[in-house]
Design a protein around this ligand. Structure first.
Ligand code: HEM
Length: 308
């Protein structure tokens, strides 16, 4: 199996930077840009080597619109843009972005330095459109106070869920990434009694246990995103993290990796668009998406081939 980029599989970090960038009009892709993109995984590794305790990791993703100029006609089978969900009654906006930098590690100062250098080097070709600095909140909680990430696949399952395999052999080791920035309505959320918050999520707040089917409404977040197909539950590997400023915007930077874009698309559809029973995800009464983008994160070998 080709080598996945380092930001995809490992358990969550203390800090992360998500940078969405857009192609500058009229700037042609040239050998300098190709070499620069090809070298990003090594530059991330270099930080990790110089300061091993920082466990610095990262991924570079490329959007469907920029793909052809970089890689030509060859493309991952399911590469496409962020989905438009028919009948959505909650926002799921799509952001015009061509490149994702997902940098993560234990030292936010080094992530800042690395991010700043990469964005400066890419500035001739790309403008940053949204940068989010994220942090681990307490014991891995979302700012709503609920533990986030519990039901993520573990161990070898992470590889099976997140990485393209032999079904699209030329792109094996790559991953379909989706990111969305959610802004929480914290005042409304905090007015809600804990019992009702638990019904919105579908798990207990303090102890992070799944509610029984009787106590878990059909509108609970976990009920909306649990989808069974051919006897198997659809899965994604989430690398979401909280962000925020005291007195300012705050919420969750949702991020997922998967061997197919379909699982995220189906989950999002069940969150924002009413199913036959008229239900949507009640979590969306307390948070709303303000950006969204889809990328393919190629294996290290494929990214390195850009410079050859
Ligand atoms: C589970 C929060 C958006 C997919 C959870 C859990 C929380 C949570 C607290 C339960 C613990 C866990 O297993 O992680 C949030 C918040 C969101 C958000 C605050 C946005 C503000 C999304 C989106 C998707 C998604 C956009 C996919 C489209 C999932 C999945 C699970 C989950 C697959 C695991 C369900 C299970 O197997 O029990 N989320 N989530 N979430 N979420 Fe979200």
């Amino acid at each position: 199996m080709p080598t996945p980029q380092s930001g995809i599989l490992p358990a969550s970090s203390a800090h992360a930077l998500f940078v969405l960038l857009r192609r500058r009009l009229g700037r042609r892709v040239d050998a300098t840009l190709r070499a620069m993109l090809a070298a990003i995984p090594d530059r991330i590794d270099q930080v990790a080597l110089e300061a091993p305790e920082t466990l610095t990791l990262g991924s570079v993703g490329i959007g469907a619109n920029a793909w052809g100029d970089l890689f030509g006609d060859a493309r991952p089978q399911a590469l496409r843009g962020f989905p438009r969900i028919p009948g959505a009654i909650h926002p799921a906006p799509s952001t015009d972005a061509d490149l994702l930098l997902h940098l993560r590690g234990e030292r936010c100062d080094l992530l800042y330095e690395l991010g700043e250098r990469l964005v400066a080097d890419l500035a001739e070709w790309f403008d940053p459109v949204e940068t989010t600095a994220c942090f681990r909140y307490r014991d891995g909680r979302d700012l709503t106070g609920f533990v986030e990430g519990t039901e993520n696949p573990q161990g070898d399952e992470r590889v099976a869920v997140a990485l393209v395999g032999q079904e699209d052999a030329d792109w094996a080791g790559g991953s379909y990434a989706h990111v969305q920035r959610y802004v929480h309505r914290m005042n409304e959320w905090q007015k809600l009694p804990v019992k009702q918050q638990e019904a919105v999520i579908g798990r207990t707040k303090d102890t992070d246990e799944e509610l029984s089917d009787d106590d878990k409404p059909l509108t609970a977040h976990v009920r909306r995103v649990e989808i069974e197909q051919d006897g198997e539950e659809l899965e994604i590997l989430r690398q979401s993290m909280p962000y925020g400023m005291p007195g300012g915007e705050k919420g969750l930077l949702f991020a997922s990796y998967c061997r197919t874009p379909v699982n995220f698309e189906k989950m999002l559809a069940r969150m924002v668009s009413p199913t036959a029973d008229g239900r949507v995800d009640h979590l969306l009464n307390y948070t709303r998406a303000v950006s969204g983008a889809a990328f393919f994160v190629p294996s290290r070998e494929v990214l390195a081939s850009l410079s050859s």
